[in-house]
Design a protein around this ligand. Structure first.
Ligand SMILES: Cc1cc2nc3c(=O)[nH]c(=O)nc-3n(C[C@H](O)[C@H](O)[C@H](O)COP(=O)(O)O)c2cc1C
Length: 404
């Protein structure tokens, strides 16, 4: 079962040692934007687990675009904390497993979800009555064309710092409703960044092109892309007038990414605020989690089949719990994706893959229970981690901020 997952694959001219990808998981624990003790602990646990790829959590490129005051923020005063962490992850993994994971920096502007000081300061692509229902009193700032025109340079600056810090690749994040993703559905916005698909993707591609210019040849650019937002028409991207998923624009975007030399895309969908079950199938959602996971599977499959020369990562696998590793093996065998992406499982039980190599299967008493407590912690405005399986560290926060 595991030999398939241990088969190396080459992207951007470098060999990735296995098919396990640790998804970006925000810990909301940065100290003035820098890597703090809790984040160090989390990533060093990941280093011992030695996945092929560690996709580092959402990291802001500009102060007003931070999702909360504890979000990672790459700048001149924080870059050393990232550099020392990345070097330690690579060293530990190499010493223990004979290879270092590829580490990708996820660069973001949180747009509508920006709360740089802990209170909302939404910078939106356009006004949207679905999102603003009941919140019309809140002041919204529509990102002006001038504001947008200045953003690619900010992504480039953060990417150059990520290069200094030792990251291998840059994810220009375009998912989950954050700013670049919100632009994909800005059909009603006038001007250079709204209306036609060319205009709606302009900011995204400008950020990609700008990042590409700012990093050395041995680094690469990738993206975590919302294949579809799954909101009813006309509120989101990738849905037709009958509210069915429609990947035609998504595939046009991917073709353009391919032409830009992008070889790896991390596919995700939905929105963690309004429809979290779509994005992270869980026990208490409005539909059975297996239905949500099937949706991610089918979308990833359709995209993979259309682009056999590209490499994709599939999301949402933690839902499979103790069967997640065999599920991962199946998606690789069936060419649904080249990488199996694990999010919540990495917080609960980072060693799940190593244990399954050693003992044939992950330990059922350690796997993610998809209970949603990691998300509850985030929404309560505190640090996030697994309050159940890593309870000594995170249950005190859960008791203090969620149960209070
Ligand atoms: C606590 C928490 C933090 C997350 N942080 C990020 C993030 O920083 N960037 C991102 O793209 N997705 C983020 N996600 C989404 C996950 O990467 C992943 O797509 C989702 O949890 C579904 O995968 P899973 O079933 O393996 O957990 C986060 C999810 C959770 C629960």
């Amino acid at each position: 079962m595991n030999s398939l997952l241990e088969t190396p694959v080459t992207i951007y001219g470098r060999e990735i040692k296995n098919r396990i990808l640790f998804q970006p998981m925000e810990g909301c624990d940065a100290e003035n934007g820098a890597v703090g003790e809790l984040a160090r602990r989390k990533y060093l646990r990941f280093a011992h687990a030695a996945p092929g790829i560690i996709w580092f959590e959402a990291t802001a490129v500009t102060p007003e675009g931070r999702a909360n005051p504890r979000q990672m923020f790459l700048n001149d005063s924080t870059k050393e904390s990232f550099r020392s962490l990345i070097s330690d992850i690579k060293r530990i993994s190499f010493e223990e497993h004979g290879f270092s994971p590829v580490i990708i920096a996820q660069l973001t502007h949180s747009g509508r979800f920006s709360k740089p000081e802990g209170t909302p300061a939404p910078i939106v692509a356009y006004r949207n009555s679905l999102w603003e229902k009941g919140k019309l009193e809140q002041p919204y700032v529509i990102a002006s064309d001038e504001y947008c025109a200045a953003l690619p340079e900010k992504y480039a600056r953060a990417a150059a710092l990520a290069s200094y810090a030792g990251f291998d690749g840059i994810d220009v994040k375009c998912c989950h409703g954050y700013l670049l993703d919100e632009f994909l559905s800005a059909t009603q916005r006038p001007g250079r960044y709204g209306g036609s698909l060319e205009n709606r993707t302009r900011l995204f591609f400008e950020c990609i092109d700008s990042v590409k210019k700012s990093i050395p040849d041995n680094m690469f650019v990738t993206t975590r892309l919302n294949a579809c937002d799954c909101f009813d028409y006309p509120f989101g991207f990738g849905v037709d007038e009958k509210n069915q998923i429609d990947l035609s624009e998504t595939k046009i975007i991917i073709e353009q990414l391919r032409r830009r030399g992008i070889e790896l895309i991390n596919i995700t969908l939905g929105n963690p605020y309004l429809i979290p079950h779509v994005n992270r199938p869980w026990n208490k959602g409005p539909e059975d989690g297996s239905v949500s996971l099937e949706r991610i599977y089918e979308v990833t499959k359709s995209i993979s089949q259309s682009f056999p020369d590209l490499k994709f990562a599939m999301s949402g696998l933690s839902y499979e719990g103790e069967n997640a590793v065999s599920y991962a093996s199946r998606i690789i065998r069936n060419s649904i994706a080249s990488f199996a992406g694990f999010g919540r499982m990495t917080l609960a039980y980072p060693e799940f893959f190593r244990d399954s190599i050693e003992h044939g299967a992950p330990d059922p008493s350690k796997v993610c229970l998809k209970c949603g407590k990691c998300t509850e912690l985030m929404r309560a405005g505190t640090v996030s981690g697994c309050a159940v399986r890593d309870s000594e560290t995170y249950m005190p926060y859960y008791k203090k901020y969620v149960l209070k």
